[in-house]
Design a protein around this ligand. Structure first.
Ligand code: SME
Length: 165
């Protein structure tokens, strides 16, 4: 694995994503344990962008259950169709929420979270296996650019989860 993360100061968010992605790939290539890899991916995202909260929820039966994350403690279980995470799972689509107070049913794990993006990830049968949730303490902090790059990162997570040792 890479021994450190290069984060060039002063780059645009787009350039930060471009600098980050190959480092994420090398960060996980020598390690087979998915939890270890996902924990480091969440740390790398937090370290690069300073997002308020970044983490994974895994589909477990009819609920999402909290996985590796960085940020304040969060709710451990979310039902299908509930909150932004449960809605992204149900709709199987990325959901971008510019103002969480305007999203009906938003689950406020922290009152400091103001905007949010949730990206679903799929197993080999095409079923949602996890969601990647990123929260910001700023309003309207996410754009289509974040969607594109976080969907690429969700694809990398899919590969990590599909790897068997
Ligand atoms: N806000 C999310 C819940 C998870 S936390 O933000 C970490 C939601 O509405 O699904």
């Amino acid at each position: 694995m890479a021994e450190s993360l290069t984060i060039t100061t002063g780059l645009s968010r787009e350039k930060h994503y471009q600098e980050l992605f190959p480092q994420l790939v090398s960060l996980v290539e020598g390690e087979s344990d998915p939890i270890a890899n996902l924990a480091n991916l969440m740390a790398a995202l937090k370290q690069t962008f300073g997002f308020f909260w970044v983490g994974i929820y895994f589909v477990r039966g009819e609920e999402l259950v909290l996985g590796p994350f960085q940020g304040p403690i969060a709710c451990t279980r979310i039902a299908k169709g509930k909150g932004v995470c449960g809605t992204a799972w149900e709709s199987q689509k990325t959901i971008l929420v510019p103002d969480v107070e305007k999203f009906p049913g938003h689950i406020a794990c922290s009152s400091e979270s103001r905007s949010e993006i949730v990206v679903p990830g799929f197993d080999l049968s095409g079923n949602v296996e996890f969601v990647l949730d990123v929260d910001s303490d700023m309003l309207d902090d996410f754009s289509d650019q974040d969607r594109i790059h976080l969907e690429m990162i969700a694809s990398l997570i899919q590969k990590i989860l599909q790897r068997k040792g």
